[in-house]
Design a protein around this ligand. Structure first.
Ligand code: PAP
Length: 332
């Protein structure tokens, strides 16, 4: 039996949690902050901006996540089409397990559930998930910028797929998305386009600045093409079949000649198309993190920004992109 002066492991854990809470509060109070999108503020940490819960989860991920060499990581800035990439990668890697396309897991699960985010899902709310028992290859997603990736990931040499999208479409998608979430998560009024635009341009959007995020992974893809595959949303829209083959090769699950002949590439493209995913019951009515899954499927088009941005906004975004990429970034 334990004497009254002994401390149980549960009490120890509670003490550690309290201490972490104190340290986190201290950290937040030392960071630059700005009005937030779906939290009252976003905070700048190592050059990028996060809501407090995202930052807390990111730090937990740093402390606890143990990457494996054969992990597959899907990475993007928010609203670059992550949910699409998740669906495509999941369908490619698991195609041997799910041959009946009328009973495929993507028909009854939102792709965010099949390929969870490290910081937005697995390590959210102070959880420390048991990921060690998952069979390889494990597939995760993240919005964490390249300079802030946990060391365990960079040292593992695992493969990463980065999905990039034009900043104009990302901004409009982000603004629309946040204005749907704000009343639900924050009880706040919508943010006007002009104010949101200023926040996006100065980088104070979650996981922003957009440009530094893209540039970090773009440069890494040039340095280590065998480890980082850099894809563009617009290219996928233009010629999905050839990019699906590239993706399958990179993920270590190339399509065989027979599979190609049997139309496997087209089958996966169709299963994961905007029309198909957005019409599923699970993606219309199901919920993720207090919001209905339909928020992840708006228009799924290239160039919707023409309907919202003024000529001066277009000029500003174009010159910001030119200035920040300075000839050493991707064309977006
Ligand atoms: P997240 O950061 O919240 O995960 P993410 O999935 O990266 O969002 O991006 C959502 C965008 O991808 C939405 O763009 P829009 O607002 O311009 O419409 C969404 O509609 C689009 N999208 C979702 N599914 C698909 C798909 N299957 N094909 C193409 N685009 C898609």
């Amino acid at each position: 039996m334990m004497s009254s002066s002994e401390i149980s492991s549960e009490e120890l854990l509670q003490g550690e949690e309290k201490e972490r809470g104190r340290e986190f509060k201290q950290l937040l109070s030392s960071l630059p902050k700005h009005k937030g999108w779906k939290s009252s503020h976003v905070f700048q940490y190592q050059g990028f901006w996060y809501s407090p819960d995202q930052l807390q989860a990111l730090l937990a991920c740093h402390r606890h996540f143990e990457a494996r060499h054969n992990d597959l990581l899907l990475i993007s800035t928010p609203k670059s089409g992550t949910v699409w990439l998740k669906a495509l990668a999941f369908a490619i890697v698991n195609r041997m397990h799910y041959t009946d396309y009328h009973r495929h897991p993507l028909l009854t699960n939102n792709p965010h559930h099949l390929v969870p985010f490290l910081e937005l899902s697995l390590y959210a709310n102070g959880q420390v998930p048991d990921l060690a028992s998952l069979p390889s290859p494990r597939m995760f997603a993240t919005h964490i910028p390249r300079p802030t990736l946990p060391e365990s990931i960079t040292e593992s040499g695992c493969r990463m797929v980065y999905l990039c999208r034009s900043p104009k479409d990302v901004f409009i998608s982000f603004w629309k998305f946040m204005n749907k979430l704000r009343p639900i998560l924050l009880g706040g009024p919508p943010i006007a386009l002009e104010e949101a635009f200023e926040m996006f341009c100065m980088g104070a959007s979650e996981f922003g600045p957009y440009w530094e995020h893209v540039l970090g992974y773009w440069k890494e893809s040039l340095r280590r093409p065998e480890r980082v595959l850099f894809l563009k949303y617009e290219d996928l829209k233009g010629d999905l079949s050839s990019h699906l083959k590239r993706l399958a090769d990179f993920l270590g699950h190339p399509f065989s000649v027979e599979e190609e002949r049997e139309g496997m590439v087209e089958k996966i493209a169709k299963l994961c198309s905007f029309e198909s995913l957005s019409s599923l019951e699970v993606n219309k009515k199901g919920t993720s993190h207090r919001v209905t899954n339909d928020v992840f499927f708006r228009k799924g088009e290239v160039g919707d920004w023409v309907n919202y941005l003024s000529p001066s906004m277009i000029e500003r975004l174009d010159s910001l992109t030119q200035e920040k990429f300075d000839g050493s970034g991707p064309s977006v």
